[in-house]
Design a protein. Structure first.
Length: 115
């Protein structure tokens, strides 16, 4: 699994899955363009567990499917404890969503899924 795959290759091979990409190559906007695929699963929690197990130095977790309407992804600051409530407003429905920071991956900024 040391082969570097482009984002298009990853999306074509792993539709609607969460993927762990190590050593991601990004463009100027910091969007992932390619990287080494380390794990993939339909279950986001499984990918998170692999990050904890593998301890990659630089990585990205991507979702290759379409996010449900009204879903927000928030980057939690590593100083927040896992019980810190967060709230996001905006989007097409202009209503607030809330949830908790997902800090199971310690000492890294972790995307939080709010639904």
């Amino acid at each position: 699994m040391d082969e570097v795959l482009t984002l298009a290759q990853i999306e074509a091979q792993f539709q609607s899955e969460w993927v762990l990409v190590e050593e991601p190559q990004t463009n100027d906007a910091l969007e992932v363009q390619s990287g080494k695929l380390r794990w993939h699963s339909k279950d986001r929690e499984e990918v998170y567990r692999k990050v904890v197990e593998m301890h990659p130095r630089r990585f990205a977790i991507l979702y290759t499917g379409k996010m449900p309407e009204g879903t927000a992804i928030v980057l939690c600051i590593s100083l927040l404890p896992s019980t810190t409530p967060i709230s996001v407003s905006g989007g097409s429905n202009d209503h607030a969503s809330s949830g908790y920071c997902d800090r199971r991956i310690t000492s890294r900024n972790t995307p939080c899924w709010l639904g």
